[in-house]
Design a protein around this ligand. Structure first.
Ligand code: B3K
Ligand code: ZN
Length: 889
């Protein structure tokens, strides 16, 4: 395997204008006839046509209706003697493949007797020989032929133009996609499926048919997905003026899928996890995820499909932008300012817990990478979530209206093209020539080219005589793999100043008019260090910096505890209120970790506990927000702050802090439970979901405290709740309260739960995941996980199931990092085992060890040994090989 470099990009030597595919679908041997019209790219020196292929059986190649010579170069089919000149050439290629043997779930595969495809990034070459690169866009016509009884539904991209019966109980369907597209957006589905249908009329007055296809029996679980789709269509029209460009838009669900979902043109294919929901089987989080993933894939129809990526280095062009769009969609759907803030906090938690470690580890890469070995390894939180933050900063630098103008210009310029991240930022800046983005565009682009999380340092100085406050902002960024020196970024810092009693101070920069002073403003840091002097400041202020997390950086400022308590109680920015609680929590955690001796119960000081008490008692705060404030920073985020990590110590300290909150706030938890345990008839709206989340946390805290005191009342209530909860959110919260507190009732509750839901794959995933994530008591989780792997319902080939048990265990730090190294041995065995089945899934599991070099002994040596054992395996996939090689480097 060799690395591919962005700098080596060359335009294709040939174009494919049209492709006409005929499939004879058969699980063991599917025949694919591809007729293409190709022509030389006149802008590139004449070259042979080299078509990509992977695990195909080639039967025949014809050129302009006659035979031709060809050769194979590795996996590529090379045609050297095609006619000269710029006339189109008719190419016919006949291949076969074996979908039933395809356990990689890339290309054409079979799931539960149904055919599905997954082509992004390089799966189309597993279906037929092609120029399998996103800058080759063709018009597709697709004819599917299959046994009618077994495969009554035959779907592909675009419009159904013809269908009918054939001999031998077979039938056919012919689809024409009216839009040209890159091969990674091709899809077909064939099987026994049923659809929920909805006719809609767009704002523009056009009629569309929306369909959600699932297996018979799952239809009643598609209402929420369909509603989410209708909302997505309406939102993109209202917010960005982008209408659906197809008569028919289809979503199909499959239970065997490598990731969440795929935006194939007009035929989105989804993991069932992001389609199926009923109150009995799906949690509030599932409902929210379905809304956001349905939105995400739908929004790709413009940001991804109409305008696509020139090459895979530009992946964030579509992914960062589309994540930004789905985040905004979810916020707009949520409505209230508080619900928006809650969504923002959730997104930032993911960024810090997962992306910050990635950006500091062996897989660190820029939002627009410079090289890769296996592109599937680069569908990362950096490309997606940090990419979305980079789009968000551009949004904030030009304003909401300006961003809408920029998007309009982007589509005017690039509709139907395959373009770059630079093209995107250029359009946003050009539409807003007076904005700070346009002013600093070249420098802003370092967010795309430089990896690593910048550190923003803020130092404040108050001059009582001059009544000025000087804020000195400076930035730095640690070296990452292959990038030793970093140049300064453009960092938008949304900020305000508060008095010690929490009143907002009008912000007047020196030299500005007092009449223009506002309570919140954006400073734009472009230098390594810059000073901002505020006038007419009557007392030493408490700064509220990086409001709404206006840039993806680590903010360092010497806040006193009192400053943070002021911000928690009074900041007008709910994000920074929450942030203050997290800074305090992190501060106490780090102090306790550094202190010698056992993690004791008194880690949190009384004033912090009292502040938490006030938050829990505050009638004006949303339950969802309270729940987030009462959630301590994650173990992974705490670990990132340490030079050397003893994962057991981090875990023990955080657990002790949770116990302390459980015990000190018992009356408040009881009150929170009483006030929120009954949310009435189930609706997955933000207010009631927030109340269920808080009630669930309260129950968990009360069970923890009960485990300590020997009380049996609360575990009894949780057990009862497991039995009679009216929805999955409440049921799951009760079950996890029992498991997490290691209650003697947990085992029985788990058994009952299994008996009740053994027919429902997605619920079984939850059941496995909960046990993989259980609190470790004397090393008991690993043997339980091993036993569960032998359970009749466990299937390692199914990605959802493998993730539910194995990934949840390997991310359960307290149970995984064992002094006897048995967790790491288990990890290495599973990476190797899964790699033989599905390299993409294996490679994700491999990444669990990314941060091994930070581990303290004995973990570090044991981790190295486990990683080296995987590396020693000779026939590893490129996917796993790349991750493991980087980890050991
Ligand atoms: N574009 C797909 C991801 C494809 C992953 C390929 N390994 C889903 C999405 O981001 O919408
Ligand atoms: Zn996407």
């Amino acid at each position: 395997a060799t690395a591919i470099y962005r700098a080596d990009y060359e335009a294709p030597a040939w174009w494919i204008d049209t492709v006409d595919l005929t499939f004879d679908l058969d699980p063991a041997k599917t025949r694919v006839l591809s007729k293409m019209r190709v022509r030389r790219n006149p802008e590139v020196p004449a070259q042979a046509l080299r078509l990509d292929g992977d695990e195909l059986n080639l039967a025949r190649v014809m050129v302009n209706g006659g035979g031709t010579s060809f050769k194979m170069d590795g996996d590529q089919l090379v045609l050297e003697n095609l006619p000269e000149g710029n006339e189109p050439v008719e190419l016919e290629i006949f291949t076969t493949c074996a979908p039933i043997k395809n356990t990689k779930l890339m290309g054409l595969y079979v799931s539960e007797d149904t055919f599905f495809t997954q082509c992004e990034a390089e799966g189309f070459r597993r279906i037929t020989y092609f120029l399998d690169r996103p800058d080759v866009m063709a018009m597709y016509t697709v004819t599917l032929r299959a046994n009618k009884a077994q495969y009554p539904v035959l779907l592909s991209n675009g419009n159904l133009v013809e269908s009918g019966d054939l001999d031998d109980g077979r039938h056919f369907a012919k689809w024409v996609d009216p839009h040209k597209k890159p091969s990674y957006l091709f899809a077909l589905v064939a099987g026994n499926l049923v659809a929920r249908e909805q006719k809609i009329k767009s704002r523009a007055g056009r009629d569309h048919l929306l369909q959600v296809y699932v297996r018979p029996g799952d239809l009643e679980k598609t209402e929420h997905a369909m509603n989410s789709l209708m909302h997505s269509v309406a939102w993109d029209e209202a917010r960005f003026g982008l209408s659906l460009d197809l008569d028919r838009f289809m979503i199909v669900a499959t239970s065997d899928f490598n990731m969440g979902a795929m935006e194939n043109k007009g035929l989105n294919i989804f993991n069932t996890k992001y389609v199926l929901a009923s109150q009995a089987t799906a949690t509030d989080t599932d409902y929210a995820n379905i809304e956001s993933v349905v939105g995400h894939e739908y929004f790709h129809n413009w940001t991804g499909d109409r305008v696509t990526c020139r090459d895979w280095f530009q992946l964030s062009l579509k992914e960062g932008l589309t994540v930004f769009r789905d985040q905004e969609f979810s916020m707009d759907m949520a409505g209230t300012a508080s619900a928006r803030a809650v969504k923002r906090i959730d997104d930032v938690r993911v960024l810090r817990t997962v992306q910050f470690p990635e950006d500091a580890g062996p897989m660190a890469h820029p939002v627009r990478p410079d090289s890769y070995i296996e592109i599937n390894n680069f569908y990362t939180v950096t490309i997606y979530e940090k990419g979305a933050e980079v789009v968000r900063m551009q949004h904030n630098l030009v304003g909401r209206e300006g961003f809408a103008k920029g998007m309009k210009l982007y589509f005017e310029r690039h509709d139907g093209q395959a373009v770059t991240c630079d093209d995107f930022s250029q359009a946003i800046a050009d539409a807003n020539p007076d904005s700070p983005l346009a002013q600093h565009l070249q420098q802003f682009r370092r967010w795309y080219s430089q990896a690593g999380t910048p550190v923003l340092k803020a130092v404040g100085q108050y001059d009582a005589d001059a009544r000025t406050y000087t804020l000195t902002l400076s930035q730095s960024c640690a070296p990452t793999v292959g990038q030793a020196e970093k140049l300064p970024f453009v960092i938008p810092v949304q900020m305000g100043l508060l008095t010690a009693s929490g009143q907002p101070i009008a912000l007047q920069l020196q030299g500005e008019d007092a009449a223009q002073a506002v309570a919140s403003r954006m400073l734009v840091l472009t230098e390594a260090e810059q000073r901002f002097v505020f006038s007419n400041v009557n007392e030493a202020p408490v700064p509220s910096l990086l409001r709404s997390f206006s840039a993806p950086v680590v903010l360092e400022h010497e806040f006193s505890d009192a400053d943070l308590l002021t911000l928690l109680a009074h900041d007008s920015d709910p994000f920074n209120q929450w942030e203050a609680s997290q800074r305090l929590g992190l501060r106490y955690a780090l102090k306790a970790i550094a202190a010698s001796g056992d993690a004791n119960a008194e880690i949190l000081p009384a004033d912090f506990i009292e502040a938490m008490r006030r938050v829990l008692r505050d009638d004006k705060l949303d339950a969802a927000f309270k729940d987030l404030v009462l959630t301590l920073p994650s173990e992974s985020y705490i670990a990132e702050q340490l030079a050397e990590v003893d994962p057991q110590r981090v875990h023990a300290v955080r657990e002790a802090m949770i116990l302390q909150l459980a015990s000190a706030l018992q009356p408040e938890w009881e009150a929170a439970w009483e006030a929120n345990r009954d949310t009435g008839a189930y609706r997955p709206d933000h207010v009631s979901a927030g109340r269920r989340a808080l009630a669930g946390r309260a129950l968990s805290m009360l069970c923890l405290q009960a485990a300590r005191t020997g009380d049996t009342v609360w575990p009894g209530k949780a057990y009862q709740r497991c039995k009679d909860a009216g929805n999955m959110t409440d049921r799951m919260a009760a079950l996890s309260a029992l498991v997490y507190s290691a209650s003697p009732l947990a085992e029985q509750a788990l058994q009952r739960f299994h008996a009740l839901f053994k027919q429902d794959a997605l619920v079984l995933d939850k059941w496995f995941a909960l046990q993989g994530a259980a609190s470790d008591r004397g090393g008991d989780v690993l043997p339980a996980v091993k036993a569960l792997m032998k359970h009749a319902d466990f299937q390692i080939k199914n990605p959802n199931r493998a993730r539910s048990l194995i990934f949840s265990y390997c991310n359960n730090a307290g149970a995984f990092h064992r002094a006897d190294a048995a967790g790491y041995v288990f990890w290495a065995d599973r990476v190797i085992e899964i790699d033989g089945i599905n390299p993409q899934v294996a490679s994700r599991l491999a990444r669990v060890m990314d941060r091994w070099k930070k581990l303290a002994e004995p973990y570090r040596s044991a981790a190295r040994e486990a990683i080296a054992r995987v590396a020693a395996k000779p026939d590893l996939s490129n996917d796993v090989r790349e991750v493991i090689t980087r980890a050991l480097a």
